[in-house]
Design a protein around this ligand. Structure first.
Ligand SMILES: Nc1ncnc2c1ncn2[C@@H]1O[C@H](COP(=O)(O)OP(=O)(O)O)[C@@H](O)[C@H]1O
Ligand SMILES: O=C(CO)[C@@H](O)[C@H](O)COP(=O)(O)O
Length: 469
């Protein structure tokens, strides 16, 4: 029995699953937390990956591994391979002004959508590089290579595996800079790689950053990043692309993921170019495309509401189900970290419709769940497809209240696979594909239905016009 490992290095934590390459059976798993914040020293990701791998029983008996990671994060390396500054993450909005500058300089949103499939907002790596050039010129000048979180971890892992046993991994030197690799999926979130042509747009990077640092080689879906040792390393990919693999998303499916970010995405056969900027025209991890809408505010909205109500997440869910659909008119606009879709980087959250009757923990809990889901309902609309199935995954999909309220807000039934680590599973599937033609059985799903309550979204749409920046 060959084993494979999948890693999900996402915003809040690192998760590792070890599965049977042929059957997909889960054999072992581990996880470790990441630090808070929107800028993070990548060494914390490496330390968390090692802790999660150790908790999962190590990689000694594993034949292939793949790393999926949070998209877009800017990891700058100097000539020696050292990290130049803390990585700026996808949810760091300081480059919103740089994004607006870049859009104007190229001639508007349509020019960007046509060039790279997406209109850059603060999340995109290219805007972070412009911010660096403007605000930290010494760090920009030291930057010899730029890569993404999954690229950096893949490269560190290659160095560790080359160093030998686990005891030698912690500080194992990484390979040379020119051994950095990425994949189509993650490259498509940089803003300087085109999913339509499959090539870097060095001209756009030069215009944004003033120079063209070394960029990772973009691997094809079934290419290995590192082979030759006892453990092969697959290309890896962005976390949403891995989730699509992990749930076995196919044509007709839309996946809604409720992690730190809220995302809605579909597998497509052709590249997309949405000049409104709502839909990012990403590539996927299979050679196809992954149009995706992303909000900055999902699972953490529930964390915040639980804090405000002074209860845990389970109790928050129970409270939410005690209040009536629509929360008696109480409406939460959950722009707690600013917002990306719509592009409101400096917005804050707001609570509307308070009355004596709705001033209860139960109404607050319901309004938090409904507000989070309204952002995703807008995302589903923006995708513009009529899905045959809406699959609900991510940390907040563990909440029974979320699963039961989602169909009322979305206006369609929602299909929920069992709670699991679908990003790590997708990475493990990619690793297995280096060894065999895996045909893992899809997990059993539960379908949640509820009568649509259109007033929830109508009130939410009115409320979003009245938030403070
Ligand atoms: N039972 C639950 N109810 C609601 N939210 C939950 C539950 N379990 C986990 N979460 C939330 O899920 C989030 C983490 O989800 P995850 O998909 O792992 O995030 P990420 O991939 O962005 O790191 C946390 O904010 C956590 O509070
Ligand atoms: O920026 C995006 C997608 O464009 C985010 O979806 C990140 O990829 C982070 O994902 P999570 O940590 O929320 O899974």
């Amino acid at each position: 029995m060959a084993l494979v490992a999948g890693v999900d290095s996402s915003t809040q934590s690192c998760k590792v699953v070890i599965r049977d390459a042929d059957t997909g059976e889960l054999v072992r798993q581990g996880r470790a937390a990441h630090p808070e914040g929107t800028e993070v020293d990548p060494s914390h990701w490496w330390a968390a990956l090692l802790r999660a791998v150790d908790e999962a029983g190590g990689l000694d008996d594993v034949a292939a591994v793949s790393v999926a990671g949070q998209q877009h994060g800017m990891v700058c390396l100097d000539e020696s391979g050292a990290v130049v500054r803390d990585a700026l993450l996808w949810n760091d909005t300081r480059s919103a002004g740089a994004a607006a500058e870049l859009v104007a300089e190229l001639g508007g949103p349509r020019a960007w959508a046509e060039a790279v499939g997406s209109v850059p907002v603060a999340s995109f790596t290219v805007t972070k590089l412009r911010w660096l050039a403007e605000h930290e010129p010494a760090n920009a000048a030291r930057t010899a290579a730029v890569c993404l979180p999954h690229d950096w971890l893949t490269w560190r892992l290659a160095g560790a595996l080359a160093a030998g046993p686990r005891a030698a991994w912690d500080d194992a030197p990484p390979p040379a800079l020119d051994r950095l690799t990425t994949d189509r999926g993650d490259a498509s979130g940089t803003g300087y790689w085109s999913p339509a042509t499959g090539a870097y747009r060095a001209d756009l990077l030069k215009a944004a950053f003033g120079a063209v640092p070394l960029l990772p080689r973009v691997l094809g879906p079934e290419e290995a990043a590192y082979a030759g040792g006892p453990v092969m390393i697959a290309a890896g990919t962005g976390d949403n692309m891995a989730a699509a693999l992990g749930v076995g998303a196919g044509p007709g499916d839309v996946v809604v993921s409720l992690g730190t970010s809220g995302t809605a995405f579909a597998v497509a056969g052709t590249p997309s170019a949405d000049a409104t900027g709502a839909v990012a025209g990403f590539a996927d991890a299979t050679g196809r495309f992954l149009p995706l809408v992303c909000t900055l505010n999902a699972a953490r909205v529930l964390d915040a509401a639980a804090r405000m109500a002074g209860v845990g997440l389970d109790a928050l869910g129970e409270l939410a189900l005690q209040a009536p659909p629509g929360a008696g008119g109480l409406t939460l606009v959950p722009y707690l970290e600013g917002e990306r879709t719509p592009n409101r980087p400096t917005a804050t959250g707001s609570l509307h419709g308070l009355t004596l009757a709705t001033s209860t923990p139960a109404h607050l809990a319901r309004a938090a769940v409904e507000g989070m889901l309204c952002g995703l309902a807008d995302a589903l609309d923006a995708l513009g497809t009529r899905p045959e199935r809406v699959l609900l995954i991510g940390g907040a999909a563990r909440s029974e209240a979320v699963r039961r309220i989602a169909p009322a807000v979305f206006g369609v039934p929602v299909t929920v696979p069992p709670p699991g680590e679908y990003v790590a599973d997708g990475a493990a599937f990619q690793a297995a594909s280096l060894l065999t033609s895996p045909a893992w059985q899809a997990a059993d799903t539960a379908v949640y239905e509820a009568p649509p309550v259109p007033e929830i979204r109508e009130r939410y749409a009115r409320a979003t016009a009245h938030v403070l920046d």
